[in-house]
Design a protein around this ligand. Sequence first.
Ligand code: NDP
Length: 452
Amino acid sequence: MSPSAKQIDKVFQQVISRNPGEHEFHQAVREVFDSLPTVLSRHPEYVEASILERLCEPERQIIFRIPWTDDAGTVHISRGFRVQYNSALGPYKGGLRFHPSVLLGTVKFLGFEQVFKNALTGLPIGGGKGGSDFDPKDRSDAEIMRFCQSFMTEAYRHLGDRVDVPAGDIGVGRREIGYLFGQYKRIANRYESGVITGKGVTWGGSLLRTEATGYGTVFFAEHMLRAAGTSFDGTTALVSGSGNVAIYAIEKVHELGGTVVGASDSSGSVYDPDGIDLDLLREVKEVSRARISSYAEQRPQAQYLEGTRVWAVAQKSAVDVALPCATQNELDEDDAATLISSGVTAVVEGANMPTTPEAIRRLREADVLFGPGKAANAGGVATSALEMQQNATRDSWSAEYTEQRLSEIMENVHTRCASTAEEYGIPGDYVAGANIAGFTQVADAMLAQGVI
Ligand code: NDP
């Protein structure tokens, strides 16, 4: 083991013992650390300034009680989190997740990833993440509103357009952002548009923010395919999930001439050999807020696969590209094997850490192109930063201009990952390229700002 690898291992053991039981956080740290031995050999100043140790300790972690009342008058207590992870490059920036699986370790893993992702966009934003173990499923609008108001009644004191700027994530979309912003405005008594992103376009939101993560993922994937001499045109694809990221990833794949034949939710998947009908999927998921099974009920040629991940569709159809867009660790080694047998040539992550380390290894052994979420899904936060720019200048840009900016940013993220991998002698390794490019930018800023 090289001295750098030994140093990395020592810090990683500290991470495990200081953060017991936080497996997703350990996984996210390990994945970045695995890319760093050569970086530390070239930059001993990072070791001298304990950059790794400092990066594994968030700047601030806030946990708070969220009391709220359901429609029947019963009082519930949820737990709220905001992890203000790293502000070397700008105000903390990252989404809020409302899902019953959310623990402090979940938020820390997402915050850690966010720091490097935000660096990759080249925009002046630090990293943070937050959320709650509140389960929004089957809750009425009034319950969602009361919950969001209670969340913000505590969270507002930690936020600000130059301090910490949240956005959406799983379970937090336009409706929730509206209720959260409304309560912030009421308590703070000022119209501070830049305090939260993902707002409606008529009240400070940016055109394209809703579409940005899904579109950006497909832009990034298209650059990877082009670098390998192909494109989306004529491909067959699978997308997991049917939420915000998934829907707009499907839309962009179709625009680029591909066909998405499978999508999913946490209950099951649909296989639609004619290609997912997006109008119907939107109606089911965004208007009726129903399960994806109801898509198959209304579409005779589609098949519902209860309790099955979407990757199983690769047993029924050849698949060229897979875009995991639902949640962490949703594509494991067996799923990777299924995709490889089906002829997959690229897996690109729209979600955060959806592919397990074993699956990534398996895909790379089979020479499948692999695009990590840290880079591929950066279009969401990049467009959030564009929303902050518009709020700061009290301006609003056209959809065409915003999409052009998003497309340029994703091209730059792709170029940075690819050229960094080349520079370190591992061409085509987008995981290492993303980790090293993001890490060195944050590390240099931390060095310049002293021991804080
Ligand atoms: P949504 O809540 O809009 O959609 C999430 C989708 O994933 C739903 O279809 C949901 O199904 C499914 N899902 C959630 N949890 C699970 C689970 N445990 N098992 C199987 N399926 C699950 O969230 P987003 O689309 O916004 O986020 C998806 C991913 O993209 C997340 O990893 C998020 O962190 C990441 N991301 C999102 C960004 C954004 O701008 N929104 C930006 C960058 C990354 P069901 O409805 O049944 O729960």
